[in-house]
Design a protein around this ligand. Structure first.
Ligand SMILES: [Zn+2]
Length: 238
């Protein structure tokens, strides 16, 4: 194989490398992963909000329960005084009985409030539970896709390093001048295919058919002479 033909192989390596880099940078799975991570973030924020709502309700419930307990103690004490035989007048007994009734009324109000709080908490606790399992499902999905991404990435990296090895071998097999010429041609072509093989009558870079006249010129050229596709400017290797 002539040295110029090696440039076509070099171009094949570079085209493949650029495809692999593009694939690596644009994996749909990575985009999917980012969107799921966003969903997890939102769901967790919702969970924190629900948790704080439940916490507030529980705190209020505890406060009321404590107050009920104090009232119960108060009633017990008043009952002790009422039936302990230490009272000196019926008026005193009457006052105590009134007090007990008033405390018990307050107790009933508090107990109703506790029940209301429990009823308020129930749907919030249900939302918390369903949101928690949603987060768990999302995290599992995330892990599964994350594993898949790692697999694809390592597959691409493996092929990339294979192609890079082949590219280094090709670069080492021709003169530095020829590589410099290749690099210049790639820059000139603005990143498009700069070296291609002529397949039949077709340019391997732009896939256009060459005229008989152009084909004749290329075919009759010396093996080491650089010929260009008149359509796209790529070096054409016979
Ligand atoms: Zn062309």
């Amino acid at each position: 194989m002539g040295d110029l033909a090696i440039l076509a192989d070099l171009q094949t390596c570079d085209t493949r490398l650029s495809q692999l880099r593009h694939r690596l940078g644009n994996l749909p799975e990575v985009r999917e992963l980012a969107s799921i991570e966003e969903d997890i973030f939102d769901a967790k924020e919702k969970l924190t909000h629900l948790e704080s709502e439940i916490g507030q309700i529980k705190k209020e419930q505890k406060r009321l329960e404590h107050e009920v307990l104090l009232l119960e103690t108060k009633v017990a004490k008043s009952n002790d005084a009422l039936y302990g035989g230490s009272l000196t007048s019926p008026k005193e007994a009457e006052a105590l009985q009134d007090e007990i009734k008033s405390v018990q009324r307050r107790q009933t109000i508090l107990e109703d409030q506790i029940i209301e709080l429990m009823e308020m908490e129930e749907p919030i606790a249900l939302s918390f539970a369903s949101e928690s399992s949603a987060v768990k499902r999302l995290e599992e999905h995330c892990e599964e896709i994350g594993g898949r991404v790692l697999g694809i990435q390592s597959e691409i990296e493996a092929e990339k390093s294979e192609v890079e090895t082949e590219r280094a071998r090709l670069v080492g097999s021709v003169t530095a001048e020829l590589i410099a010429l290749y690099d210049k041609q790639i820059v000139r072509m603005g990143g498009n295919v700069g070296v291609a093989r002529l397949t039949g009558t077709t340019c391997g870079a732009c896939y256009l058919d060459l005229s008989a006249l152009d084909l004749d010129k290329i075919r009759s050229a010396d093996e080491n002479e650089i010929t260009e596709c008149p359509e796209c400017g790529a070096f054409l290797i016979k």
